[in-house]
Design a binder for this molecule. Sequence first.
Ligand SMILES: Nc1nc2c(c(=O)[nH]1)N[C@H]1C(S)=C(S)[C@@H](COP(=O)(O)O)O[C@H]1N2
Ligand SMILES: [Mo]
Length: 219
Amino acid sequence: MILPPGQRLHPDHPRFGLPWYAHRAPLSTPELALDVIGPDGDRIVLREDDLAALPTREQRADFHCVTTWSRLDLHWSGTGFRELYETVIRPRVDLDADARFLHFRGVDGYADESCLDDVLAEDVLLARTLDGDRLTVRHGGPVRLVAPAHYGFKSVKHLARIELRRATKRRLPLASHHPRGRVAREERFLGLPDRLVRVVYRRLVLSPTLWWYRRHERG
Ligand SMILES: Nc1nc2c(c(=O)[nH]1)N[C@H]1C(S)=C(S)[C@@H](COP(=O)(O)O)O[C@H]1N2
Ligand SMILES: [Mo]
């Protein structure tokens, strides 16, 4: 078994994230209503039926959190993000070639931004099931992003909104995470040595965050 640099295998798959979002997730899975907003404010809403009409893809992938825990071989299924972009977003939302930043936001208020090239990668999924079951709130239901080549902070859970932008609008606390977060390059944190960051995460951040998320468990 080969893990990426600085990662350790975790014994189970925890519910996890930035501590101040642990209690903001809904208690049960909300109905899907995903706003997609273009750079000039053009807007569509995607619902369950819109996604159900698109082809579903199965995918096995490892999951790596920036705080150094990893899970191997998770089994997701859902809509390929590229498929959604090409068949729904591009035809229905007023876009131009400069709209290259995508801001993903969950119903809990958590958000992260990715560049278009990163989310159009073959393995980026709008996931609806995990290990054969519909996603519950615990792991991001009703629909979450899964971007396996990037640290988990890119894989926004219980998606509510996707905004396409011409320029980045990263702000704190987002700005502290590396803007691309590629696991193979150990892009953990902007402006600090990643080998130091991994030790700080592992020793100081991981356990308290796991404990906090367990206190705010979701089904
Ligand atoms: N909506 C939302 N998405 C989120 C987070 C969050 O707090 N809220 N945390 C991110 C982080 S840091 C990680 S590691 C993964 C954890 O996913 P899991 O709870 O399914 O293990 O979700 C990511 N997506
Ligand atoms: Mo994470």
